[in-house]
Design a protein around this ligand. Structure first.
Ligand code: IPD
Ligand code: CA
Length: 290
């Protein structure tokens, strides 16, 4: 059995180095392009960071494969094979980045035989490095992470996201899901604007659960192993096993809380990330300065 610790260390160092580009650009004015909707944003920094990450990894590990958000937006396939694969979101929280709302992360997951080997989420403005390796625990800036273990939904802080979908069905489903949770009642519902960092809050025990419909595999792949290695559980919103391509996830402190959320919320239809393998969502729908 291979030990991927060297890859993890390489990934962590590369993530930290590359985050300087995001931090330098954070306070500058950005050229903003639209992708799948008026709320799905991309900047030159997203593209640059993904290019740098992929090229550094390819130099070191020439046979490894990639699934990267901006490469997929440009038409590359979402195809998870048995080969070692780096799943990259160069900036998770691009809308936050554009508005200087201080939660933006580089998210990198690494799979072999379609199984997650490690995940790295670096919330760069906060300088919080979350990472986990299969069977070896989860860490934040070197300190071990533990999910809360909470089993009572009525004592939970639940994190979710509204996402970039703006059609009536998606919006009404998402808002009524929040309504149903608040009516239980849970202690609170939160949203940071980055799925990767949201989900890591479950690993820290600061939140007890997270659910989301409509995000993509690059948003949550890395944080899924971080939650599991911290003792939490991840599953599909319909209660079936977690499938990073399904665009639905619940992460929770306990199976009891995950099951209860699964009973309370509803999903709206989303195309799987790997449904049609090659697609281009970068329609050049507009350019704005923010
Ligand atoms: C988005 C963020 C956001 C979530 C969206 C994601 P991006 O990723 O994670 O919190 O609600 O569904 O697409 O576009 O900033 O990488
Ligand atoms: Ca992104």
């Amino acid at each position: 059995m291979s030990d991927w610790t060297e890859c993890l260390k390489f990934g962590i160092n590369l993530t930290k180095q590359t985050s300087e580009i995001i931090l330098n650009a954070f306070k500058q004015q950005k050229q903003v392009h639209l992708k799948s909707s008026q709320a799905d944003l991309v900047t030159e920094t997203d593209l640059r960071v993904e290019t740098i990450l992929k090229s550094a990894i390819r130099d070191k590990y020439p046979v490894h494969r990639f699934i990267g958000e901006e490469s997929v937006a440009a038409g590359e396939c979402v195809e998870l094979t048995d080969s070692p694969t780096w799943i990259i979101d160069p900036i998770d929280g691009t809308a936050n980045f554009v508005h200087r709302f201080p939660f933006v992360a580089i998210s990198i997951a690494f799979t072999v035989n379609k199984q997650m080997e490690f995940g790295i989420v670096y919330s760069c403005v906060e300088d919080k490095l979350f990472y986990a390796q299969k069977g070896r625990g989860a860490f934040l800036n070197g300190e071990p992470l533990n999910a809360s273990g909470q089993e009572d939904i009525s004592r939970c802080v639940v994190v979710t996201e509204i996402g970039a979908e703006r059609d009536d069905l998606a919006l009404s489903t998402m808002t009524s899901n929040i309504f149903r949770l608040l009516r239980i009642p849970v202690h609170g519902v939160r949203a940071l604007g980055t799925a990767a960092v949201d989900m890591c809050q479950v690993a820290t025990g600061g939140a007890d659960a997270y659910y989301h419909i409509g995000m993509h595999c690059w948003d949550i792949a890395a944080s899924s192993i971080i939650v599991q290695e911290a003792g939490g559980v991840v599953m599909d919103t319909d209660g079936s096993p977690f499938d990073m391509m399904s665009r639905r996830v619940i992460a929770a402190s306990s199976t009891a809380v995950a099951n209860r959320i699964s009973q309370v919320i509803q999903a709206f239809p989303c195309r799987r990330d790997d449904e049609d393998q090659c697609r281009c969502i970068c329609g050049g729908k507009g350019v704005n300065s923010v």
